[in-house]
Design a protein around this ligand. Structure first.
Ligand code: NI
Length: 245
């Protein structure tokens, strides 16, 4: 069930049987020579839609901009400051909580969002009135860190999975958007690794935008495998989250 495609009456009816909602969150940032700028939003949005195909789960519109300051030396990247993203997450949760939602499952596609989003959760909890009878509970689920996903990526690609513009995320984005597949020769085949600081340092250290990966290995077929695994595993995680008191 997509929030954006529902009426307010349908939301009211949904809330009679569930107060849970899945909120995909990603980024708009460079993903190397063959990765799509929208990769980090495309992946969790696709997984969330798959979860809603199996169970009657409300899916919020994706938060498509994330904290991507370190990618700003590459054209097309848009970043929210950490403080801005914290405010966005707080306001989304506060709005939905006002209508009766209490379980907020952020399905994340971007590592740079982890610190601001978990900080936002602390802001939300810190601001709670102790008399609140149905307080919000928030979980951040990073799809690529799911044990089944990490295991398949290691099996298929070994170290060439990498850390940014990874093979698994490019594969899942290609499965979702086969019309956008790019054929690019990577030089070197596997990108360098190292620490991340600011945007100009990032571009100097990782000139084509990849970190440690060889996303030329990405295929639509592998993307479908990641998709199926992620839907099943994250659906179980979401259902467990709904039982949290
Ligand atoms: Ni990514």
């Amino acid at each position: 069930m997509q929030l954006a495609l529902s009426t307010w009456q349908e939301v009211e009816t949904y809330l009679e049987h569930s107060t849970g909602i899945v909120i995909p969150i990603g980024s708009t940032e460079q993903h190397g020579p063959n990765g799509l700028i929208g990769t980090d939003t495309i992946c969790p949005t696709k997984i969330a839609a798959g979860m809603a195909d199996i169970e009657n789960i409300m899916i919020a519109p994706a938060i498509s901009y994330g904290m991507s300051q370190h990618h700003m030396a590459f054209p097309g990247t848009v970043t929210l400051k950490p403080s801005t993203l914290i405010r966005v997450v707080c306001d989304v949760v506060t709005s939905l909580h006002q209508h009766g939602f209490t379980r907020f499952y952020f399905l994340n596609g971007h590592g740079g969002n982890i610190a601001p989003v978990t900080s936002a959760f602390s802001e939300i909890y810190a601001g709670l009135n102790t008399a609140e009878t149905n307080p919000p509970r928030c979980r951040l689920a990073n799809w690529w860190r799911d044990h089944s996903i990490a295991a398949l990526a290691a099996e298929l690609y070994g170290d060439a999975e990498g850390y940014h513009a990874t093979v698994s995320e490019v594969a899942l984005s290609y499965y979702t958007h086969p019309e956008a597949v790019k054929q690019v020769t990577m030089t070197p085949a596997v990108a360098p690794t190292g620490e991340i600081y600011d945007a100009s340092h990032f571009r100097h250290s990782f000139p084509d935008g990849r970190i440690g990966s060889n996303p030329a290995l990405a295929s639509i077929e592998d993307g479908e495998r990641f998709y199926q695994l992620a839907v099943n595993s994250l659906l179980e995680d979401y259902k467990q989250f709904l039982t949290v008191k």
